[in-house]
Every structure is written in structure tokens, then in C-alpha cells.
Design a protein around this ligand. Structure first.
Ligand code: SIN
Length: 315
């Protein structure tokens, strides 16, 4: 028997139940325990598996306490020399944020594979079991490392992946970067490298989740003005990610309010509301861009950067 694979459950549609097998939307997420999910997959029977229920929620309700606990439990198992890799079951709706968060705070040299499902466990043909099997395959693959998301046979990098479809089983893309690889016939075919292992930005993991920096996301649109920026400032926001139009462009009223916010000490990052492509800077009085991150991931990156900046200097 090979080394252990740990499966951490957090809920989602993969653990959801509906009243009828034909109902793919009117279900309740996060009803079935991860242990029961795994027990129901016969092809996993010969593998040395450990399961742990870290949370049980619909991922639209994901919050910092669960992220903190999930990161801590993942770090715990990663440190176990008998563990080869970790699979995390998660809802599809915020899994790209969780994946980016875990990669940033853990930078794991072992594989941490998030997986999910678009159909509840009670569907006539649920997609969850195959996604779990594929994820275990990735977690057992020699040389695999970093945080990835596996869905519909595709292995996505935590940085690039985003959900782009509300219903289809293959609901995720990796944009211009493309996927890391594919799971085919029980083996991984890599088409690019695994996520790089860099220095973790883990300062927030030592802080109570209730004290994590407050960063919100705003959008540019026809008629956008500076009102929401001023309201966020009154409310004590520490950072704002603005999803601009096209190449991160902003209505001049919104832009002026954001520059005022910067002058008042608020950190502002400019992303794009376009699904693909990055924001290119140009000389002038520009707000920093999101380095190719989507608005929701740029928000996580800014929170973590603010956490690092507030870390007491080492003596
Ligand atoms: C969720 O994100 O928890 C519900 C939706 C899904 O998993 O597809």
C-alpha cells in the first residue's frame, strides 16, 4: 500500500441532496459527510485514505474562520511524513478563492487538490465521484505539487482557475494560461508545470480571523461614481479592489474618489471585469494593477499583503 491520501470535506454541491434525481438546481448543498461520500466510491477501496470534516457549508457562505481552520488542518496533514497528498471537497462557487488562498498561505511542496461537483450527490449521474477519483489520482502523482483544482477531468492551477459557467459540468477555465493537465484513464497528462512553490504569505493565519484586513471589491460600469468608495471609507475599509472595464479603465468620478482614498491611506488595486486578459499599466497617475489576478483573487492577495505588512518585525 502506498502513502496516505487525506480527504478534507467542506461541503458544497458535491455533498448536496435534492428531492429527485433529475433535479440539478433545487438541491441543498452540504448535506452528506465526506466519509459517506468517499465510502460510496468503490474504486477508492484499496487506497490508504483518511477523511476529516473540516466544515459543512454552501461555499457562497465561505468565510475567514473556515479558511483559517482549513489552512491549519491542511498544514497539519502536509507535515505528516506518511501523507502523500491532500484532496479537499468544496463547493464550486468560491473554490477558486479558497484555492488561491491556500496556495498563497501554504505554498505546499506536496499536492493539495481541491475538487467539487456541479450536480448533487443524489443526481442520476452525479459528477462528484469521478472528480474525487481524479483528484486522488492527482494527489498520488509523482512530482505533483501546489494547490490545484480538479473538475471534469481537467487540472487547473489555483492562480489561473475561474468558474465561468452556472450549470455545465466543465464549469472552470484557466484563461490564457491554460490548465496544468488532464486526468485520462487514471493518469495525469501534464501540459505545463505544477504551481511554483514560493515563500508563503501566512501572517494572517496567526491572527484571529475576525481581525483580518477589510478589503472590498467594486465594479466600474456606466454611471459609476465615487459614492460607494466614500461609503466604504466611512465604514473603515482598508483596501479596495476595483474591477475596471476593459484594460482596468474607470469612470472619471470613480477614479477620482479612488485616488482620494489612496491619499487617505487606503490601498487600491485595479483589476478588470473582463473574464480573460490582464490589466496593462501605463505611465502616469495610475493605480497599481492586479498582476493578472481576477478581482476576487486580487482581494485575497491584498488582504494577505496587508497582513504581511502588519506582521511585527522579527528581532
Ligand atoms: C457551493 O458552492 O457550495 C454550491 C454550488 C456548487 O458547489 O456547485
Amino acid at each position: 500500500m502506498g502513502k496516505k491520501i487525506v480527504i478534507l470535506g467542506t461541503g458544497g454541491t458535491i455533498a448536496g441532496t435534492a428531492k429527485s434525481s433529475g433535479d440539478h438546481t433545487g438541491y441543498t448543498a452540504a448535506q452528506i459527510g465526506v466519509d459517506q461520500l468517499v465510502q460510496a466510491i468503490p474504486s477508492l477501496a484499496g487506497i490508504d485514505l483518511v477523511t476529516e470534516q473540516v466544515a459543512q457549508l454552501d461555499s457562497k457562505d465561505m468565510g475567514f474562520e473556515v479558511w483559517q481552520r482549513l489552512a491549519q488542518r491542511t498544514a497539519h496533514w502536509l507535515a505528516d511524513g506518511n501523507v502523500q497528498g491532500i484532496v479537499i471537497t468544496h463547493g464550486t462557487d468560491t473554490v477558486e478563492e479558497t484555492a488561491y488562498f491556500l496556495q498563497a498561505v501554504l505554498q505546499p511542496a506536496k499536492p493539495v487538490v481541491l475538487t467539487c461537483a456541479m450536480r448533487p450527490a443524489t443526481a442520476l449521474a452525479p459528477d462528484g465521484p469521478q472528480n474525487v477519483v481524479d483528484s486522488v489520482t492527482v494527489a498520488q502523482t509523482p512530482g505533483a505539487r501546489g494547490v490545484t483544482l480538479v473538475c471534469a477531468g481537467v487540472v487547473h492551477d489555483a492562480r489561473a482557475v475561474q468558474k465561468v459557467h452556472t450549470y455545465r459540468l466543465d464549469a472552470f477555465v484557466s484563461g490564457d494560461d491554460g490548465p496544468v493537465g488532464y486526468v485520462e484513464q487514471g493518469a495525469v497528462r501534464c501540459v505545463r508545470d505544477w504551481p511554483a512553490v514560493e515563500s508563503p504569505k501566512a501572517a494572517l493565519l496567526d491572527q484571529p480571523a475576525s481581525s483580518w484586513p477589510r478589503v472590498d471589491v467594486l465594479l466600474n460600469y456606466a454611471g459609476a461614481d465615487g459614492r460607494l468608495v466614500r461609503l466604504l471609507r466611512q465604514d473603515g475599509v482598508q483596501g479596495i479592489v476595483v474591477a475596471g472595464t476593459g484594460n482596468g479603465t474607470l469612470h472619471h468620478d470613480l477614479e477620482a474618489a479612488l485616488h482620494d482614498a489612496v491619499e487617505a491611506g487606503i490601498h487600491v488595486v485595479r483589476a478588470t471585469r473582463c473574464a480573460f486578459g490582464r490589466v496593462f499599466g501605463s505611465a502616469g497617475r495610475e493605480l497599481p494593477d492586479s498582476q493578472g489576478l481576477s478581482p476576487v483573487k486580487a482581494r485575497v492577495a491584498l488582504m494577505l499583503a496587508l497582513g504581511e505588512a502588519a506582521r511585527p518585525a522579527a528581532r
